[in-house]
Ligand binder design. Structure first.
Ligand code: TRP
Length: 352
């Protein structure tokens, strides 16, 4: 039997079938204004999951400082990320949106997990190896235990479903290993198994300059990405200049094989118009890129303009935004604190 504190059940609410809704937790780093890639790859899926889950959305500022952040920039980027999430449809009233560093339960449980996870497990994490590169002696200890904090994020809420990109799959396996070892070591069934909801490569948006690389905030060229706050002229220019090949668009999806740039633009059009590659090619197959790029630019502008406007409105009033996040913090702590207090009791800590 799973141990579920009463608060967990009442906070979770009921799904249409009258069973408690599954709880989702996911986190996103405060990297400023997200790109169209973040939107189509993650945020838009999060918004859809809100219909039939009890959701906890977290801006993971503790994870951000595993690599040095300029303090003033971190604060700005954190507000920008929170505002953009709300503008995209993350609902801070029906669900919970908060900043990781403001809820102490995360670091409290992370310490316990630092003592449960084995060095050998962490040594296998490919993301650490990618981020540390040659520099393994000089990265922060925080970067090394990053996955333990991520496990704590999820387990502090007894969340059972976690939507992430496939680059995070290994971290979720580790989170399950940690939960299993904790349960085993302390002879309980306290932390539930988590089920990754892997957001597939279909939603992956590639660079506008190189169809083989992911659209990324860290790309040196701003022309490679569309930021969610780009204005209409900037978006049109970036799409007009996007790399393509000299062939017209194919009439069938198979014709996109080996044409990564064409595939990417068709994929963006498909995602924003809720169809698939074939649906887009029925309309534009056989045509050159000129007309298609114009239609794509119009579509991207139409979809992003309301998000940009709402983000700007929210950022113009930081006090109100901070108040929304403060309420999120209180509600997150109300769920996580009793769960982490119980974990501490199981470990053998005396109650205060
Ligand atoms: N590591 C995740 C990423 O970079 C962000 C993250 C932190 C997260 N804590 C989490 C995702 C908990 C899911 C659940 O994408």
């Amino acid at each position: 039997m799973l141990f579920l504190p009463a608060a967990h059940l009442t906070a979770a609410g009921l799904a249409a079938n009258n069973r408690p809704m599954q709880r989702i937790f996911s986190g996103i780093q405060p990297s400023g204004i997200p790109t169209l890639g973040n939107y189509l790859g993650a945020i838009r899926n999060w918004v859809a999951l809100q219909d039939d889950h009890d959701c906890i959305w977290c801006v993971v500022d503790l994870h951000a400082i595993t690599q040095f952040q300029e303090p003033a920039l971190l604060a700005t980027a954190t507000r920008e990320m929170a505002a953009t999430l709300i503008a995209c449809g993350i609902d801070p009233v029906r669900h919970v949106l908060f900043l990781q560093s403001r809820v102490r339960a995360h670091t409290q449980l992370a310490w316990i997990f630092n003592c449960v996870a084995r060095l050998g497990w962490l040594n296998r994490m490919t993301q650490f190896k990618d981020k540390a590169g040659e520099n393994t002696e000089n990265v922060s200890a925080g970067l090394y235990v990053y996955p333990n904090l991520m496990a704590a994020d999820i387990h502090a809420y007894h969340a059972t479903r976690v939507p992430v990109g496939d680059d995070q799959k290994q971290h979720l396996e580790l989170a399950n290993d940690i939960a299993q070892k904790f349960n085993h070591d302390f002879g309980v069934e306290f932390f539930p198994r988590i089920e990754p909801l892997i957001l597939g490569p279909a939603a992956r948006v590639m660079s506008l300059r190189d169809g083989s690389r992911k659209m990324s905030k860290s790309d040196a060229s701003d022309q490679s990405r569309i930021n969610l706050n780009d204005d209409a002229d900037t978006i049109s220019l970036k799409i007009r200049r996007a790399k393509t090949d000299p062939q017209p668009l194919p009439s069938e999806a198979e014709g996109l094989v080996g044409r990564p740039e064409a595939r990417n633009l068709v994929g963006i059009y498909a995602a924003l118009s809720d169809t698939d590659h074939a649906g887009v090619l029925r309309q534009f197959g056989g045509q050159g890129f000129g007309a298609f790029k114009q239609a794509l630019a119009d579509l991207v502008v139409a979809k992003l303009a309301p998000i940009a406007a709402e983000t700007t409105r929210l950022l113009a009033d930081p006090a109100s935004l901070d108040a929304i996040l403060h309420r999120g913090t209180e509600r997150a702590a109300a769920i996580a604190d009793p769960i982490v207090a119980e974990a501490e009791r199981l470990v053998g800590f005396l109650s205060p």
